[in-house]
Design a protein around this ligand. Sequence first.
Ligand SMILES: Nc1ncnc2c1ncn2[C@@H]1O[C@H](COP(=O)(O)OP(=O)(O)OP(=O)(O)O)[C@@H](O)[C@H]1O
Length: 294
Amino acid sequence: MTPELMEAGARTRERMAAKPEAGKSGGRAASYSRVVEPGTLDTAHGGILYLEDITVSFDGFRALNKLSLNIAAGELRCIIGPNGAGKTTMMDVITGKTRPDAGSAFFGSTIDLLRLRESQVASIGIGRKFQKPSVFEQLTVFENLELALKADRRPRAAVFARLSGAQLDRIGEILTLIHLKGEAQRLAGLLSHGQKQWLEIGMLLMQDPKLLLLDEPVAGMTDEETERTAQLFVSLQGAHSLVVVEHDMKFIDELTRDDPAKKVTVLHEGSVLAEGSLAQVQANDKVVEVYLGR
Ligand SMILES: Nc1ncnc2c1ncn2[C@@H]1O[C@H](COP(=O)(O)OP(=O)(O)OP(=O)(O)O)[C@@H](O)[C@H]1O
């Protein structure tokens, strides 16, 4: 092989390893290297979420200001930041609820999130948990999970359709994971606040999302429930990617305890102020000034 050919090959490999170009749809480089089904999640380059230079303005006020953030496949990323930092707006952009004025957002290398509607984002494997639990209080825990499995979301249709053995097994697994095995036949409305949060997380897991977005999941939980939730999330990393927005530093500490190098991102005024291990961001003067020192 000539040096020119080797050089050209190296350049092609570099291009293929690069993440998608900002603003372009579909990650052309990825399609050179292997066959990727349209709409299929491609994490071969290691990343599951790429936000680049996202800007969102509300009446001239920049809620997000050239925000860039990359999440690796299987990663559990904690996002902290003071009130108004842009955390919810960032989730809204990822899930198609808010369209940015500028920037790009890719799910894996090839799926351009900015071209999808909110309902499509949910169906490609991005699950979002809002702060307030929204379970069907008049149904049992089991029926809530059953409902989350079904395409037809009307409670009566879902409850009366027969479940396959595999589906029953899956519900059993999730019940164990969310610590509600003993409560399966209990009405969801009778659960504690923390248990309702777990049930809703279980309902998301029934859809087997690749990326879970969790907005202040432990707000209102007891210390014990918070610790169990941290254990649950840590057990999900790897098989799922998780982005956890949280104010509770004790919870962040519990989420990062298995790996002290685990990244924590601090948002401030719509941009990333700092990123690093929990110890690093806690020792960062800018972070102390805008957030932790308050
Ligand atoms: N629909 C909207 N119209 C106008 N301003 C908005 C809108 N949504 C958010 N904002 C503003 O954008 C900024 C970022 O808000 P956002 O809710 O994303 O912050 P946050 O980090 O989630 O805050 P919190 O921790 O309080 O939930 C805030 O100043 C907020 O007032």
